[in-house]
Design a protein around this ligand. Structure first.
Ligand code: PA5
Length: 477
């Protein structure tokens, strides 16, 4: 790894503090050293499974190699991103799920929180939007604020068969045609190398710039391939730093012992907690910049672990419901429940040692002690104190929580965090003996949508829907 110096990399190490999961802090509500040790054999098997299968496309584990095998792609992306920055006023991602949450998360994490409102001279790239829904109002409103002729549209879909993304594409295609713009000039695809409709479209039209979503990389594990790298590069995010951070976390997690491997320990903590009835996993960043990593994580954790059959075909219903929560905002909304409600949650705090700025709090209101004590501190001190205080209050109430601590937020530490969660998910899935990388449970809804919209080949499904009993008006009140 050549990214900056070793000292710098070590100073930027993301750390796990799981003290508040242990009996030392939680008494009989916490894990004893013996209890954690009882998971070492399963943890070891999971570690070996991931180690032996890493990089295997047929198992959808190609994502493990993304930090190492993309030099040529990164060079191409950087060049394309520069051209986009020079040519376009707007950059719009059309995608959903794994094809959208990564770009949203990285944008929010590493760009100004009011990026689109900044004047062009203060933005590194064009105005940026990710359209991950088919709410017509949202599309109308987007079209009110962009000029399609001055917009680069990045259509991201591995299958090219996702109704939501393809609907958006059809609308954009029509608008570009009406504006007399050559689609090749304003559209970039990110899709499968060989299959799928975007591939067909690009072959037909010829010359649409296309990036490959590699075979062995599923949507929710795709942030570190062109799905996430192109939008990030357009925004001026240091994509080499992101990949270097991911590689650094991968290096830290090459340790077979869960006591030394943070991703493996996170997986063990979560699985052990789940097996004690903690069916809710709260992801609570104390940082507005990290707000959308909770969304990204929720998909990763929910879609990967929510399964009804084991790898050897036995029925199971496993998984943990991920919940997003923002510190300190949700202290005033959710923490009452976390502290006094059912003992069914594990809270993961994402904490920053250093924020992007300190923001001093001026002295004032000297006659009102309730207010004046704040003066002379900084907002950084306040948010950190509230984070520590919430962890303390949860622990005092016997509630499991642990902290992932970032020295600061930059591309390198974000890359570490992403890879930590991806590895944690892969280990957890292996411990549960399930297929972590498929999502058969979302298919039924897709098929029903096709049937409702009259897609060819779905007439049987339509009959099935039509055969439902008539709704009982008594149940509609
Ligand atoms: O994680 C996943 O695999 C899904 O969320 C997909 O990313 C999502 O369904 C979009 O699929 P596609 O990229 O084929 O349009």
């Amino acid at each position: 790894m050549t990214y900056k110096t070793r000292e710098w990399r070590n100073s930027m190490r993301v750390k796990l503090d799981f003290n508040n999961m242990t009996d030392t802090f939680l008494g009989d509500k916490g894990f004893s050293a013996k209890k954690l040790a009882s998971y070492s054999s399963r943890a070891n098997q999971a570690f070996r499974y991931v180690k032996e299968n890493r990089g295997k496309d047929e198992l959808y584990m190609g994502w493990t190699e993304l930090p190492y095998n993309q030099d040529a792609i990164v060079a191409d992306i950087l060049q394309t991103a520069k051209a986009i920055r020079n040519k376009f006023q707007y950059f719009v991602v059309l995608g959903i799920g794994g094809s959208a949450l990564g770009p949203i998360m990285a944008f929010n994490a590493l760009c100004h929180l009011h990026y689109n409102d900044l004047p062009r001279s203060k933005r590194k790239g064009p105005k940026f939007y990710v359209e991950d829904n088919v709410d017509p109002v949202r599309m109308r409103d987007l079209l009110d604020v962009i000029d399609p002729a001055k917009t680069c549209f990045n259509v991201i879909s591995k299958s090219g068969a996702t109704s939501e993304t393809m609907t958006q594409y059809l609308i954009i295609l029509d608008l570009l045609k009406k504006a007399g713009v050559d689609v090749k000039e304003n559209v970039i695809f990110t899709t499968d190398a060989n299959k799928g409709n975007l591939k067909k479209i690009s072959d037909e039209v010829g010359g649409i710039k296309s990036y490959i979503l590699p075979d062995g990389v599923g949507g929710r594990f795709s942030q570190l391939c062109p799905v996430g790298l192109l939008p990030a590069a357009v925004l001026g995010i240091d994509i080499k730093g992101l990949l270097a951070g991911a590689g650094y976390m991968d290096y830290l997690c090459r340790q077979p012992s869960m006591r030394k491997n943070p991703a493996l320990m996170c997986a063990v903590l979560q699985i052990a907690a789940m097996e004690e009835g903690k069916n809710v996993g709260v992801m609570m960043p104390y940082s507005d910049n990290l707000k959308y990593i909770a969304d990204w994580y929720c998909q990763l954790w929910a879609e990967s672990l929510g399964k009804n059959v084991t790898l050897d075909g036995k029925p199971c219903n496993v998984g943990q419901t991920p919940v997003k929560s923002l510190g300190v905002t949700d202290q005033h909304s959710q923490v009452q429940l976390y502290t006094e409600g059912p003992f069914d949650k594990v809270v993961t705090f994402l904490s920053l040692e250093k924020y992007g700025c300190e923001m001093p709090i001026p002295h004032g209101c000297e006659n009102i002690p309730d207010v004046s004590f704040l003066g002379g501190h900084t907002m950084e001190e306040l948010i950190q104190a509230e984070n520590a205080a919430t962890a303390y209050a949860l622990t005092k109430a016997g509630r499991m929580n642990y902290t992932i601590l970032l020295p600061e937020l930059n591309a390198f530490t974000l890359g570490q965090l992403l890879f930590l969660f991806e590895l944690q998910t892969a280990y957890a899935g292996a411990m549960l003996n399930i297929n972590t990388f498929n999502q058969p449970g979302v298919e039924e809804g897709k098929k029903a949508t096709f049937a409702l919209l009259g897609k060819a080949g779905y007439s049987e499904k339509k009959k099935e829907l039509d055969s439902l009993p008539a709704k009982d008006p008594a149940c509609i009140i």
